[in-house]
Design a protein around this ligand. Structure first.
Ligand code: MTE
Ligand code: MO
Length: 245
């Protein structure tokens, strides 16, 4: 039953997520991702294991852009024009010390670099070099309250009908050693199309979990009352919430 539910949601997922659509349904990569995300692998590989890390010369020269259009509102345009100086990452909710972080503050925190493969549910992958702040480290700075269960990421973009992109991780995923708030891609500051100034990078889960253009992080006890109640924009359309690779 559980397996059938997963496959049903995975099949519907293949039609969405970006411009490629279902042309790649027969792609080996898709089948491998679907097979590996089933059952116990969720826990054995997805939450405890580490995603493979590659070497500098494995990095793909072009990191594909996917998902909704880069925000084009005046607020985002102003952030870009001013090199994100006015940007503040809001961290609030079930935390001991709610606070905001400027990009400069995030850049001064300990940085981690990882060369990992991004796997989109559509069946394409790309290897990139990411640097930024470990999400677990940021959560330590703000301190979690006892009622904290999930970390929700609120993004600046929307689907054209006004529904904002969002995502969520449980605390286990959020504290995964490779869960990164990325500030840099391939030795350069993150560019607007890849989610500047701050995006999530979770190499143990499918690409749609890696939220771009993060404006606000909200720690909650439950995401049932947020948007469609399934923990993410694509999850609200029937995609798998866990989405482990
Ligand atoms: N805010 C936001 N984050 C997002 C998306 C999006 O549309 N909006 N698309 C997701 C999907 S489906 C993928 S595959 C990756 C694409 O990241 P990239 O454009 O850097 O390749 O971002 C993910 N994060
Ligand atoms: Mo994706």
């Amino acid at each position: 039953m559980r397996r059938r539910l997963f496959l049903a949601s995975a099949a519907s997922a293949l039609a969405g997520c970006g411009p490629i659509g279902s042309a790649l349904n027969n792609n080996d990569n898709v089948r491998r991702i679907l097979a590996s995300a089933e059952g116990l692998n969720h826990f054995l590989i997805g939450t405890r294991g580490l995603a493979r890390e590659y070497r500098d010369n494995d990095v793909d020269r072009h990191f594909r852009v996917n998902g909704f259009a880069t925000p084009s509102d005046t607020r985002y345009a102003d952030l870009v024009a001013r090199n994100f100086a006015p940007y503040r990452l809001i961290v609030e909710g079930a935390v001991e010390r709610p606070q905001t972080f400027s990009l400069a503050q995030l850049q001064r925190m300990p940085q981690q670099t990882q060369i990992t493969r991004h796997d989109c549910v559509e069946g394409w992958s790309v290897i990139g070099k990411w640097s930024g702040v470990r999400l677990g480290g940021l959560l330590d700075v703000v301190g979690l309250r006892n009622d904290a269960r999930y970390v929700v990421f609120r993004c600046m973009d929307n689907d054209g009908s006004g529904n904002l992109y969002y995502e969520s991780l449980d605390l286990h995923q959020a504290r995964h050693p490779q869960a990164l708030l990325a500030l840099r891609l391939n030795d350069a500051p993150l560019d607007p199309d890849h989610g500047a100034p701050v995006r999530l990078r979770v190499p143990t889960q499918l690409g749609y979990k890696s939220a771009k253009w993060i404006a606000r992080i909200e720690v909650v006890g439950s995401f049932a009352t947020i948007a469609g109640g399934h923990g993410g924009y694509w999850e609200d359309q029937g995609y798998e919430w866990y989405a482990g690779i």
